[in-house]
Design a binder for this molecule. Sequence first.
Ligand code: FMN
Length: 333
Amino acid sequence: MQIGDIKINKITRLAPMASISNIPFRLIALECGSGMITSEEIDSAALVSGNVRTNYDIAGYLPEEKPIALQLLGATDKTLVPAAMILEDRGADIIDINMGCPMRKITKTGRGAAMMKDIIKTSKILRSIRSAIKIPLTIKIRGGWDDQTLNAPDFARMAESEGVDAITVHPRSRTQKFTGYAPWDVIGKVVDSVNIPVTGNGDVLSMNDAKKMKDQTGCHSVMIGRAAIGNPWIFSEDFEKLSSNDKYDYKNKIIRKHMILIREYFRDSAALLQTKKHLCWYAGSNRMVRPFRKKLFNAKSISEAEDIFEKFWANTIKNDRNINYEKIPLTIN
Ligand SMILES: Cc1cc2nc3c(=O)[nH]c(=O)nc-3n(C[C@H](O)[C@H](O)[C@H](O)COP(=O)(O)O)c2cc1C
């Protein structure tokens, strides 16, 4: 798949997820095999007004993440245009506009999925952004605002005519939020409606699912969100071919690296919270997880959290596979 001059050689890529698709997790996803990634949503008004957290933590990225798409959230060209120009100046390779967020606090101000309601207003916004930047412009949409207005194919045609270079489709409507099943046929309808690359997204739980989505819909790449949380090796085409010992070693290496990256890129309480959240997700779900979670969330420091995880992890594996994994420490010195 190619967006402008940017080639994406992988089938799957990490989806933007607020507070999750941050620098450490993006680097981990890339290491596991994700194709070009998109940042979490960056509020255009906050960016333009100079908000420090938005400018440095949320909109920040590393050279090794390039090429990278930075995603903007906004409702008008007054903030989206200057924000896109700021990000282009800072070296973004692609500007992506979030037109899919279903949360009420976002849509009530005309942002996210609300942009799909007024196709004329949104076409003008896209025209203004398109003429203000030189790098590729992409959008991420839903199937439509609600089940009565599943306008993704018409909306995609409008976007193409305004010079949008690629589209990601999460086919649920805004009212569906994340419930029920993602109707993949809507992705196929968008693919049939435009001549620009389309990325499919929604309910992909494995590399096999991603291949199925590609075959069934004709989409050019697949974004994976929730199934990558605590499971970034989903992006690896080879992971499933590994022996169970090698799978364990690979997971261990990735988790350790993720913990180091969290320490490097977050400070104090933010680092502790990220550590706890991700270790909890890595622990997955089995009958031993509940007491582990309780202990983990009571931990007062990163080393304590890692210690608790190490014991849990070693025990889980011992129970599963009868191998002495206590020799593989997870604590980072
Ligand atoms: C916690 C969370 C945060 C999200 N944040 C964003 C976001 O910042 N921008 C965006 O376009 N979509 C966001 N999404 C939607 C995902 O990118 C994706 O479209 C959705 O989760 C469906 O894909 P999945 O079934 O693979 O999870 C978010 C989803 C979740 C669960």
